[in-house]
Write a new protein. Structure first.
Length: 289
């Protein structure tokens, strides 16, 4: 019996260059790890079993007995290591664990291998670079397969994958795939579109597209999708009223201060006048004497 998750898990995407070393780990508890399997699925091909672990004994399948590939066991997890990765290693890898009659898939990852030195006649461009939508709104992402030569325009059918990398996530996750011709064909380009409803901030992040063509995977630069909040009319009115109240209070404070200053000046002038008058009276008295 093979059990699957009630809610499908997104596959993580990791990109390595030719010659890099790749390590994929899979957590397993002692009670669940009596039977353990590593599987590989190359794009467009059936699933292949890489290795089996029966009662802690690791057995690598004959066709995967390669000095570059190694399966090891840690305290609570198994490791699959591939040294000096090549294009042949590009695939989806996942692990399976459980008892003899109850198995479940635990983890999976999509390993993409790129060669930065390879001169490509086609490349992928995404648009827009950024998109801002209100919660509940939709956004349309485009992925264009551009060709330098007219003869290379849309050669056959392509497999197109869309990934999303949210904030705080270590790897992008596969969210949508389709395998057919492009949505529209322009001169020397093929255009693929994805319409996505952004319900909340959990749907935001950077969306990537990847096109599988001519035995290789071409990646886009990504589109950053964010949510923007619409100002509530009530909040706007309250803000205006608050600004008016602050202005009125400031004017009243200024008026009261000015009035106090004027009254103080008048009192000072009055005291000065009385003091002068008293002094004049004293002088006149002295003259009479």
């Amino acid at each position: 019996l093979i059990q699957t998750a009630e809610v499908p898990h997104q596959l993580s995407l990791t990109v390595f260059e030719l010659g890099d070393n790749f390590t994929f780990h899979c957590p397993v508890s002692e009670t669940e790890g009596k039977h353990f399997y590593w599987h590989k699925q190359s794009l467009g091909y059936m699933v292949q079993t890489i290795a089996a672990v029966i009662r802690s004994k690791i057995t690598v399948i004959e066709q995967f007995k390669d000095s570059r590939l190694k399966v090891t066991k840690g305290d609570t997890q198994y490791f699959l290591t591939i040294r000096n990765v090549s294009k042949e290693d590009e695939a989806i890898y996942f692990c399976q664990s459980g008892a003899a009659y109850s198995m479940s898939f635990i983890n999976g990852i999509f390993l993409a291998v790129i060669d930065r030195n390879q001169q490509k006649s086609v490349n992928v461009k995404q648009s827009p670079e950024t998109a801002s939508v209100q919660p509940g709104g939709s956004v349309t992402l485009q992925c264009s397969l551009l060709s330098k030569n007219k003869e290379d325009q849309c050669p056959g059918e392509h497999s197109v994958y869309w990934f999303r990398a949210g904030s705080g996530e270590s790897h992008p996750g596969v969210i949508y795939t389709h395998r057919n011709s492009s949505d529209e064909q322009e001169e020397r380009s093929c255009v693929y579109s994805l319409s996505k409803t952004i319900q909340s901030s959990s749907d935001t992040g950077t969306y990537y597209c990847a096109v599988v063509t001519c035995g290789e995977i071409l990646f886009g630069e990504g589109t950053k999708v964010e949510t923007r909040s619409e100002l509530d009319p009530v909040v706007l009115v309250l803000g205006v009223l608050l600004a008016c109240c602050v202005t009125v209070i400031a004017v009243l404070i200024f008026y009261v201060n000015q009035r106090n200053i004027c009254e103080h000046c008048k009192a000072a002038m009055s005291d000065s006048h009385h003091l002068g008058h008293d002094k004049s009276t004293v002088d006149q008295s002295n003259d009479l004497v």
